[in-house]
Structure formats: structure tokens, C-alpha cells
Design a protein around this ligand. Structure first.
Ligand code: NZQ
Ligand code: ZN
Length: 380
């Protein structure tokens, strides 16, 4: 097992009606004024907005609101909210929504202290401080509610890039699974795909980290089983709750303990796809890449993939396990090829250029340009 540091300061309040605690938690954290950030309106339908406002009012916390954060959230919006946050004098940023809203909130929280927030993404300027971030999660999958990462797209330069900082862990995240019963199934499937890929980006990194591998297999099986249940019955509370908690654990540090930092090629490739086509959601892009990535690598290093095939799919043969994964994703309505995502063959060179910002990609498998081209062809 590799040496590791485990750090996660985010407090989680999980379960029905937990939003009632939000205002008091903020007040106890010294917050009197916050900026509430939201997406395109789903929080009015799922009940989160009314509960949040009620809780803030009861605790005497003043707030202002910013709406319309888009999926694959944009830098221009982040910059706009940074100015509003400063103008209002907010002492905290409150995200009510999914990964897109939370990532925007994190970028804003750091950005109020930076000359240009984008430098933290592209030039890796160190984030030395940030406003406290509070979140109310309404869609599970990204893991952003319990980690220090944020992913933002600069549409002008077609770059979807990420940043990580210990200052960006939310101070508190409230996960009430009942808020997620309004999700259309395709969004639940996107979240499942994302969380599965978070685990698998780490999973093949170190066959000796048995405790982490075993936890990850349990998380993978739980995510797959609960997604199947939710496909049949979106109101199944226990399925929703187990799904939500497993996807949080998939990217809160636990799934990567002793795993050499993970690979992250599939995420890098997906970020290029959605930077070029912002209509492609993160989960959709990953579904088209991840099975091909395993298939491609298992031809080169089959032994690395046997354990996953056996422990997750009960298969002795890796290619059969990849087929089971593809069938599962397709059964959830996800496309598993670039062609089915309507990527045109003549876009592949541009996508390759966007991916290869370094001579190789991947922290574990290190693929060069020719290998990534071959992988894209296989995923096509
Ligand atoms: O905009 P609203 O109205 O809120 O609607 C959202 C959005 O259309 C809707 N939704 C959310 N909760 C709902 C709901 N609809 C009905 N009922 C509810 N309860 O769902 C849609 C998708 O929301 P979004 O926030 O985009 O989804 P997700 O949580 O999957 O976040 C995806 C973003 O997270 C980034 C991705 O790159 C992507 O930009 N990621 C962030 C990570 C991190 N910070 O650690 C890691 C991940 O790898 C990922 O890259
Ligand atoms: Zn992801």
C-alpha cells in the first residue's frame, strides 16, 4: 500500500428534513450574509429552495440569489458571480443544486480572493483562501459535495479544466435523498456513470491496496444495484439514499486511498468532448469512453483487470465483463460510443489535440498521442 494523506473536513448532514438545520449551522459558523447560487430552476420543483429560504430566515441569515448556472458551468458566469459576491459582501457561498452549481460556488469562493480566477485552473495558481462553501445537494454523482475539486469551462478557449484545493472542501453539505425523486432517470444514470468512473479511475492503480479495492467493489455493486432499483421505482427512498451515499464516497478521498492518485484519462477525454460540445453531459461522455478504455488497456495488461471482472461482474474474462458493463449502461439509456453521441469522424483530430496538452495522459497507464488516437477509434 502506498503512503497516503487522508484529509476531509466536510461535515455531512444526511437524510430527510436535514435542510432545517442549514441556517443554524451557518449562524454557528459565524455567517450572517450569504450568496445563494442555483441552476435553471429544478430546486423550485424539488422543494429544496423553499426549505432553504425557510431555514435561512429562521436563523436570521440575509441572502441574495443568483440563478441560471448551466450544466458544464461556464467561466463567464463564475466571473459575474464573483463581482456580485463582493458587491453584496457575502461571507459565505451557498450552492443549492448539483455538481455544476457546487463547482461554480467553489470557483466563486476562491475567486473573490484572486486577481483572475481562471489562473487557478490553467496556470495552477495556488488558492490560499476561499469563502466558506455550504451546499445542499439535489443530484448525486459528481462527488463535489465532499471534495475540494471544481470543474469549469472556458467556452472562448474551449477548455474544461479543474482545480483542487484544501480550501474548497465545503464546510457543510446537506444530502437529503428525497430531493432527488424529481430527477428524470437519465440524470440518475449520468450520476451513476460519473461515480462508477470516479472509482475506476482509481481502481486499477494499485493491486496491493486491498482495503481500498474491497471498499470500491462494494461501492460499485451498490451504485449498479441501486441505479437498477431507481430505474424501476424513482421513489424508493432506501435505494436513493444508498445511491447518494455511495456516490459521495466514490470521490471524497476514500476510494483513492493508497491508489497512487488515480489515472483520470477518461475524465480528461470527456472534458475535451464536452468543451467542444457543451450539450454532452459529463456522464454521457464518460459512458462513451470508459468501456473502450478498459477494453483497450486490458489487451495490453490483462492481469490488471481480472480482479474487477471477477469481483464486480463475476466474470473470468475481462472482455465479457466489459460487455456486461456496456449492456448495463445501454440498459440505463446511455450511449456507449462516440458515434452515438453524434461526434463526427472529422472531429476526432480536434478532440485529440484538445486532449493532448501534455505528451502523455493518465497517471497510471500513461497513453501517448498514438495510443489515445487508437482509443478514440475503438470508442467510435
Ligand atoms: O440546473 P437545474 O435546474 O438545477 O437542473 C439540473 C441540471 O439540469 C438537474 N437537476 C439537479 N437536481 C435535480 C435536477 N432535476 C430534477 N430534480 C432534481 N433534484 O440536473 C441537471 C444536471 O445537473 P448538474 O449539476 O450538471 O449535474 P452533476 O451533479 O452531474 O454535475 C456535473 C458537473 O460536475 C462536474 C462535471 O464535470 C460537470 O460539470 N464534476 C465535478 C467534480 C468535482 N467537483 O469533484 C468531479 C466530477 O468528475 C465532475 O467532473
Ligand atoms: Zn466525474
Amino acid at each position: 500500500m502506498e503512503a497516503f494523506t487522508f484529509y476531509n473536513p466536510t461535515k455531512i448532514m444526511f437524510g430527510k428534513n436535514q435542510i432545517t438545520h442549514l441556517g443554524r449551522q451557518m449562524r454557528n459558523g459565524g455567517i450572517k450574509k450569504c450568496i445563494l447560487i442555483a441552476g435553471q430552476g429544478s430546486i423550485r420543483e424539488n422543494g429544496a429552495y423553499d426549505q432553504v429560504i425557510d431555514s435561512l430566515e429562521k436563523a436570521g441569515i440575509k441572502h441574495t440569489e443568483v440563478w441560471d448556472v448551466e450544466v458544464n458551468p461556464r467561466l463567464a458566469k463564475v466571473r459575474e458571480i464573483i463581482e456580485q459576491t463582493k458587491e453584496y459582501g457575502a461571507e459565505a457561498v451557498l450552492a443549492v443544486g448539483g455538481g455544476s452549481v457546487i463547482d461554480t460556488a467553489k470557483a466563486v469562493a476562491a475567486g473573490v480572493y484572486l486577481k483572475d480566477v481562471w489562473n487557478a485552473f490553467v496556470h495552477k495558481e495556488i488558492i490560499k483562501q476561499a469563502l466558506p462553501v455550504y451546499t445542499v445537494l439535489t443530484i448525486s454523482g459528481s462527488g463535489s459535495e465532499m471534495n475540494g475539486g471544481a470543474v469549469i469551462t472556458n467556452i472562448d478557449t474551449r477548455q474544461k479544466w479543474s482545480v483542487t484545493s484544501q480550501h474548497l472542501y465545503p464546510r457543510l453539505s446537506i444530502i437529503d435523498p428525497t430531493l432527488q425523486k424529481t430527477l428524470p432517470f437519465n440524470q440518475t444514470a449520468n450520476g451513476a456513470m460519473d461515480a462508477i468512473s470516479h472509482i475506476l479511475e482509481f481502481y486499477f492503480g494499485n493491486e496491493k491496496a486491498l482495503s481500498t479495492l474491497t471498499i470500491n467493489e462494494a461501492l460499485l455493486r451498490t451504485i449498479i444495484d441501486t441505479t437498477d432499483l431507481l430505474q424501476k421505482e424513482p421513489h424508493d427512498y432506501d435505494a436513493r439514499a444508498n445511491f447518494a451515499w455511495s456516490t459521495t464516497l466514490a470521490l471524497n478521498g476514500l476510494s483513492g486511498v493508497g491508489m497512487r492518485g488515480g489515472d483520470w484519462s477518461c475524465h480528461g477525454i470527456d472534458h475535451a468532448l464536452s468543451a467542444l460540445h457543451p450539450g454532452i453531459s459529463h456522464g454521457e461522455g464518460l459512458a462513451a469512453i470508459l468501456p473502450a478504455w478498459i477494453e483497450y488497456l486490458s489487451e495490453k495488461e490483462p492481469a490488471r483487470f481480472f480482479r474487477w471482472a471477477k469481483c464486480v461482474w463475476d466474470e473470468e474474462n475481462v472482455i465479457r465483463a466489459v460487455r456486461r458493463l456496456r449492456n448495463k449502461l445501454e440498459g440505463w439509456g446511455l450511449a456507449t460510443s462516440l458515434r452515438d453521441l453524434s461526434i463526427k469522424p472529422d472531429e476526432l483530430d480536434q478532440i485529440l489535440d484538445m486532449i493532448m496538452v501534455t505528451p502523455t495522459i493518465g497517471g497510471v497507464f500513461k497513453l501517448n498521442e498514438d495510443e489515445v488516437r487508437a482509443l478514440l477509434m475503438l470508442a467510435y
